[in-house]
Every structure is written in C-alpha cells, then in structure tokens.
Write a protein that binds this ligand. Structure first.
Ligand SMILES: *[C@@H]1O[C@H](CO)[C@@H](O)[C@H](O)[C@H]1NC(C)=O
Ligand SMILES: *[C@@H]1O[C@H](CO)[C@@H](O)[C@H](O)[C@H]1NC(C)=O
Length: 150
C-alpha cells in the first residue's frame, strides 16, 4: 500500500497530462496577430463552421490608408480534424479593389499554445486582361493568439 502510492501518483499524473494535451482543441475565436504585425479578430463560429470577423492589416500593396476590413470563412467540422481544424477565409479589403483568400490549419502544441499556419493569395484589380499575369500575389503567414493587455 505504502509502496504503491508513489507509483499510482506518477500514473495519475501521466494520465492527467495526457488527457489534457488531447482535450485542448484549437479554437479560431478570438484575437490573433501574425508575423507582419497584422491583427485579426474572429468573433463567431456557428454550428456549421461558418465564421466572421475583421482584419487590420499592417501592410498594403496600395498607397491607400489602411482600414479595418471584414472577413468571412469556413472551418472544417469533420471529426477527423482531431481538434486541429483546417479552414479558409476571404478578406474583402474595405480600402482597395483587392481581395485576399487565406487557407490554413489551427495547431495546438504540447503546452497548449495555438498557432494558425496559413497561405494566402492576394488578387489586385487590373484594368486590362493583358495585365492579368501580374495581378496575384502569394504568401505565408503564421498567427498566434494576441494576449489582451487588460
Ligand atoms: C495590433 O494590436 C496591437 C495590440 O492591441 C496594437 O498595438 C497594434 O497597433 C495593432 N496593429 C494593427 C495593424 O492593427
Ligand atoms: C466588401 O467591401 C466593399 C467595399 O468596402 C463593400 O461595399 C461590400 O459591402 C463588402 N462586402 C462584404 C460581403 O463585406
């Protein structure tokens, strides 16, 4: 009995830590900041995985003044996602003629830290079909959860 106690304790701790790391699911809801300093807020994800929010970019391909822009997306809700879902969203830039689509996955590490690994395509408006070849940019962004200052 006395000898078994430390063993049981270790076992319980191991089981506890394991179930914790399995339980934590990556949630898109909240405020995020990426490697360029752009901020995005995802306000709601409904039962079908449809979500909405806003995007405040730190960079722009135009000379226009940056403004908060709406985003709309879909989250994969299939059980095979194992708490690390794939998603896609569109940002409708409110200060330019451009549109950006993001696709990515929400990851959680052993410490419960969430990270969004994304790739994007930015489509700029061009006046002539001749210029179509140069109208799309591609890139990578990594988002981490923005800790609130309050
Ligand atoms: C992002 O949020 C941080 C913290 O609230 C703020 O300091 C920064 O200016 C914001 N950047 C943009 C591009 O909105
Ligand atoms: C997209 O942005 C344009 C320009 O700001 C705006 O007129 C339009 O209502 C927006 N559409 C959506 C779905 O947010």
């Amino acid at each position: 009995m006395v000898k078994a106690t430390p063993f049981l304790l270790v076992l319980l701790l191991a089981l506890g830590a394991h179930s914790l790391s399995v339980k934590k699911k990556c949630s898109l809801v909240g405020r995020w900041v990426n490697d360029l300093g752009s901020n995005m807020t995802i306000t709601t994800v409904n039962g079908n995985g449809v979500f909405a929010g806003s995007y405040h970019t730190a960079v722009t391909a135009t000379s226009k003044e940056i403004k908060l822009s709406p985003l709309q997306g879909s989250l994969q809700k299939s059980p095979n996602q194992k708490g690390q879902p794939t998603f896609g969203f569109t940002v409708n830039w409110s200060f330019s003629d451009s549109i950006t689509v993001f696709t990515g996955q929400c990851f959680v590490d052993e410490n419960g830290k969430e990270e969004l690994r994304t790739m994007w395509l930015l489509r700029s408006h061009v006046d002539r079909i001749k210029d179509d070849w140069k109208a799309t940019r591609v890139g990578i962004n990594v988002f981490t959860r923005l800790q609130s200052q309050e």
